[in-house]
Structures are given as structure tokens and as C-alpha cells.
Design a protein around this ligand. Structure first.
Ligand code: SAH
Length: 274
């Protein structure tokens, strides 16, 4: 399975924590470092968006779910970090597995900082983030030479769960042809209104990619102005990546998943939500 002799792969030492991205869902999008870690870990502390198939690759490990269960996110985050420190101090090989990339809207930096400050041997394993890999599975390139030279990744809500007041939506509207929004479903109406107020056309193409790269993937083709209403009408639920920009149109020639099942991308139901 491994392209290098096993001896050349990093070894997890007892008492260490590897903070690792699991990618957006499809197990094939895991890195080899992540697979190597899954095969060695004593404990896997995983988040809500990590798929069971991926966890099945660590049959020797104890699995601990650390996903948010409502209530107070900040207190829960503290508990998770404390738990990682405790497990490491018990001498466990700890794999902290997060959806996508641990350093992209994943609080990986917060966890790593505590671990390193506690003197725990820490390794970071990047993953494919939903805002890039998830869009690729919908046939949307985040950059395309003739279309956009910049892309912005932005969160649709902040630590309090509100639309982030610290985000300068006007600057993003004016400076970034492609806008990729994580956690944007709840405040999509507010966000779209701000982008339109800052000069973006309501007719600009937009897409909502739900459960990207998993068998449940759904793509809603819409426009900036119609996004909120179309999402409400579709009944689609998070996790979703929203993206806005002319580049979304490329999907009509690049929807390789539709092509693979014999559907013409152009003929694919515009609202593939059902
Ligand atoms: N670290 C993750 C992001 C965590 S924030 C990453 O790099 O991808 C959680 C948000 O990520 C979700 O609300 C959603 O906006 C997005 N997301 C994660 N996985 C997704 C998926 N498979 N499909 C669509 N959106 C996803």
C-alpha cells in the first residue's frame, strides 16, 4: 500500500499528538501521512465531519468523538484540548483528526498552540480543504486563468455564531473575483446583501455544494441574488460551501461527476437538490 518502505514513514511516539486533516469526506482524499497515522494511533479524537470509512482504517485505536453537541462551543473546545493533553501525558499515541485541513477554519492552530506550550511532541498533517477539494468535486476550479486571479476563503460566522462583524465584505466584494464561504448557510441572506451593496451583481453565478465529495453530495446552481431563497426552497442543510464568482460557470463544462454517469453537465438538473 505504501510507496516507500515502511521504515521510512514517520513513527508516532508514545505521548505525542498528530493534528491531522481528514479531507472533505471521500476517504481517497486522505494523505498518506494521515493513513500512516491511522495505522499507528492508540486513540483517535475525531470531529463530526470525519467519515466512518476513514475511522475504520484505525481498527486498533480507541475512537473518541469530539464533535460539537450544541451548547457552548468555547467550553467544548477547551475540553477537547485538555483531553488531548491528558491522553498524551498518559503516554498514548494520539491522532487528532479533523475534517478538511486542520488549519483552515478548524481551530487547529488553537489546539497546536496549547499542545506545544505543554511540551507535547506535535506534528501537523495538512488535509484537502472543503473550499478547494469540495468545489473540485462540483467541477468548479477555485482559480482559472481567464476568469479570476484571486480567491478569498471566508467564514460565514464567527466564534459567537453570528455573521462575522470583523469581515470587511466590501473589500472582499471589490478585491476578490471568487469568494468561497465556509459555514455560510445560516447568514447567507445577510452576506449576499452586503456583497450586492458593495457592487457585486445579483446575477453573478453562485453555487452551494453540500456534503461535497461524499455520496450525499448535492450542488445547487443559483445566483448571488437568489441564493438565500433557493437554499430555503431546496431544503439543503449544512455542511455546505458557498461560492460566488464567474468561475462557477465553468462547472457547466467541468462537472466530471455528471459526465461519469452519462449526464451532460449542461442538462444536469439546475437544482440538483432533490
Ligand atoms: N477544516 C475544514 C473546515 C471546518 S469548518 C476544512 O478545511 O474543510 C466546517 C465547514 O466546512 C462547514 O460548515 C462547511 O462550510 C465546510 N465543509 C466541510 N466539509 C464539507 C463538505 N464535505 N461539504 C461541504 N462543506 C464542507
Amino acid at each position: 500500500m505504501f510507496p516507500l518502505p515502511h521504515a521510512q514513514w514517520p513513527v508516532m511516539s508514545p505521548g505525542s499528538v498528530w493534528l491531522c486533516g481528514a479531507g472533505p469526506g471521500d476517504p481517497g482524499l486522505l494523505t498518506l501521512h494521515a493513513l500512516n497515522a491511522l495505522r499507528q494511533a492508540d486513540v483517535v479524537v475525531y470531529d463530526a465531519l470525519v467519515s466512518q470509512q476513514i475511522l475504520d482504517w484505525a481498527p486498533q485505536a480507541v475512537l473518541e468523538y469530539a464533535g460539537k453537541r450544541g451548547g457552548k462551543p468555547s467550553a467544548v473546545q477547551q475540553d477537547i484540548t485538555d483531553r488531548l493533553v491528558t491522553l498524551a501525558r498518559m503516554g498514548k499515541r494520539v491522532l487528532r483528526l479533523k475534517g478538511g485541513d486542520p488549519f483552515v477554519f478548524g481551530r487547529g492552530g488553537e489546539e497546536a498552540r496549547v499542545l506545544i506550550a505543554a511540551g507535547i511532541a506535535t506534528r501537523i498533517i495538512p488535509g484537502i480543504t472543503a473550499g478547494i477539494g469540495g468545489l473540485a468535486y462540483a467541477g468548479i476550479p477555485v482559480t482559472h486563468r481567464e476568469v479570476n486571479q484571486a480567491v478569498t476563503f471566508v467564514t460565514g460566522h464567527d466564534a459567537t455564531g453570528e455573521a462575522p462583524a470583523s469581515v470587511d465584505w466590501t473589500a472582499i466584494a471589490q478585491g476578490s473575483q471568487m469568494i468561497v464561504i465556509y459555514m455560510g448557510m445560516k447568514h447567507v441572506g445577510q452576506i449576499a446583501a452586503k456583497l450586492i451593496a458593495a457592487g457585486r451583481s445579483p446575477d453573478e453565478p453562485a453555487a452551494v455544494v453540500v456534503s461535497a465529495t461524499t455520496p450525499e453530495q448535492r450542488v445547487l446552481d443559483t445566483t448571488l441574488g437568489q441564493m438565500e431563497a433557493d437554499i430555503a426552497a431546496s431544503g439543503l442543510e449544512p455542511p455546505a460551501i458557498l461560492c460566488i464568482g464567474e468561475g462557477v460557470r465553468l462547472r457547466h463544462g467541468l462537472d466530471w461527476q455528471a459526465l461519469a454517469v452519462g449526464l451532460s453537465p449542461a442538462l444536469r438538473p439546475a437544482m440538483a437538490a432533490s
